[in-house]
Ligand binder design. Structure first.
Ligand SMILES: *Cc1c(COP(=O)(O)O)cnc(C)c1O
Length: 460
């Protein structure tokens, strides 16, 4: 019997979830998702839910794409697996590598495949160190990242990330990884214009480079827009200044585009939007629209020339690097992205429309700051609004007001994620204008419910 209660009991008895307090989840009872179609999900109780998070930033093309399942099925029937270790390759992996080189920013002709974004960032750590070894500068070992960044959950991924809660468990970060502050205007930009703050935040990188010693720094890694950290959209001055500083010291740039890649910002890659000329690009999630796990690193010519040109084995790889079934899913996902002109639509039509509709939420008494970029957006819940965005009064974090709001989202059939008291969305890129209206109306209803609840509790 697959009824909800049985599933919940079995889930609690055997299934340890990612980033979850298992004990608390057992008491609460897990939600069982059973079906998806387009931008909607259904749970085991038959409740229909609008998926404002594209699964987990990945189901960009929506659920129920028959042509992806067909491509996967056919590849499974033809050749479900073969490795790429022993002087062998497979057709989908070759085709996908070529396709990625074609849609990547100029100067990216090579790709290294992994099974996930975390593995791709582990690959980055090893690849940049290999690069500097081959260049005869093995002392260039340190990678600079940012606090509140998310780069995955493996040892290197979590170390590159800047999540305090993750570093507190398991002796992280590993040696050779250091962090600077994030370009969060709301948090640290008081008294400055956004543009001034962007330059200021980038200067923290130069300070750190000088602190570590420029001859010891291998690379800087950053998400063009921080996703899991709460949709932190940097000022437009930030990335060009980061680029200038990295160029000045000859430091490699890794753009972690696991969320921003494949159209989320209205460009195929957000590096193009922000004026970043990365040497390596991390991808995963949207590459297969989440239908099958796949990740990888796009390798720019500066690194490829040395890695390939100097010869010798790069002693790194995964059983599932270039998995034919995953590559087949990616090929079909990219084909859909192009055929339906989805990236263009996000850039020219639905992205600007979402920005405009989402901004209307700013008039709600709970909303202190709402912003977006393409198909990612976030809003901050505030106790009392101030005259400027730096004058708001916030709730005590211990009250977990974001979680209260998230509860109303679920109840009203809407998935929106809470990062502290910032509520964020990253909806499927296929959303129509009508569906954007529907989503924004749902969010407003949830904000009203939250507001009434907080009033009743005497929290505002
Ligand atoms: C999700 C994510 C990762 C990790 O990807 P996994 O497939 O979960 O390992 C890395 N970087 C960013 C920016 C992400 O959002």
């Amino acid at each position: 019997m697959d009824d909800t209660k049985t599933m919940q009991a079995s889930d609690h008895a055997h299934y340890l979830h990612p980033f979850t307090d298992h004990k608390a989840l057992g008491e609460r009872g897990v939600r069982v998702m059973v079906r998806g179609e387009g931008i909607y999900l259904w749970d085991s109780e038959g409740k229909k839910i609008l998926d404002g998070m594209s699964g987990l930033w990945c189901v960009n093309l929506g659920y129920g794409r028959h042509s992806i399942s067909k491509a996967v099925f056919e590849q499974m029937e033809t050749l479900p697996f073969y490795n790429s270790f022993f002087n062998t390759t497979n057709v989908p992996a070759v085709k996908l590598a070529e396709k990625l080189a074609r849609i990547a920013p100029p100067g990216f002709e090579h790709v290294f495949f992994t099974g996930s974004g975390s593995e791709a960032n582990d690959t980055n750590v090893r690849m940049v160190r290999r690069y500097w070894d081959l260049k005869g500068q093995p002392q260039r070992h340190t990678i600079i990242s940012r606090f509140n960044a998310y780069h995955g959950s493996t040892m290197a991924g979590a170390s590159l990330g800047g999540m305090e809660g993750m570093h507190a468990q398991g002796g992280l970060p590993i040696p050779g990884i250091v962090h600077i502050r994030q370009p969060n205007y709301l948090e640290a930009g008081r008294g400055m214009s956004e543009d001034e703050f962007g330059i200021e935040a980038a200067s923290w990188l130069e300070e750190k480079i000088l602190d570590v010693g420029p001859e010891k720094v291998a690379a800087f890694i950053g998400e063009p827009i921080q996703g899991a950290g709460g949709v932190v959209i940097p000022p437009s001055t930030y990335w060009p200044e980061i680029q200038r500083i990295c160029d000045k010291y000859g430091i490699l740039i890794i753009a972690d585009e696991v969320i921003t890649g494949f159209g989320r910002t209205g460009q195929m890659f957000a590096s193009e939007l922000f004026g970043i000329k990365p040497d390596l690009i991390t991808f995963a999630k949207g590459v297969t629209s989440g239908y099958i796990p796949l990740g990888g690193v796009l390798v720019g010519e500066r690194v490829a020339e040395v890695l390939i040109g100097q010869g010798g084995e790069f002693a790194h790889g995964f059983t599932y690097s270039g998995h034919p079934v995953a590559c087949a899913a990616a090929l079909e996902s990219i084909r859909i992205l192009e055929e339906e002109k989805i990236v263009q639509r996000v850039r020219e039509d639905t992205g600007p429309y979402l920005a405009q509709r989402f901004a209307t939420l700013s008039d709600h008494p709970l909303v202190g700051y709402a912003n977006s970029c393409g198909f990612v957006a976030g809003l901050n819940l505030v106790r009392r609004k101030g005259p400027t965005i730096h004058g708001h009064e916030y709730f005590d974090p211990k009250l977990e007001v974001g979680m209260v709001c998230r509860g109303y989202m679920f109840n009203n059939g809407m998935i929106m994620r809470a990062v502290g008291d910032r509520m964020i969305i990253a909806p499927p890129l296929i959303m129509t204008r009508g569906q954007i209206d529907e989503m924004v109306a749902l969010i407003r209803r949830c904000l009203d419910d939250t507001y009434a609840d907080l009033k009743q509790r005497g929290w505002m």
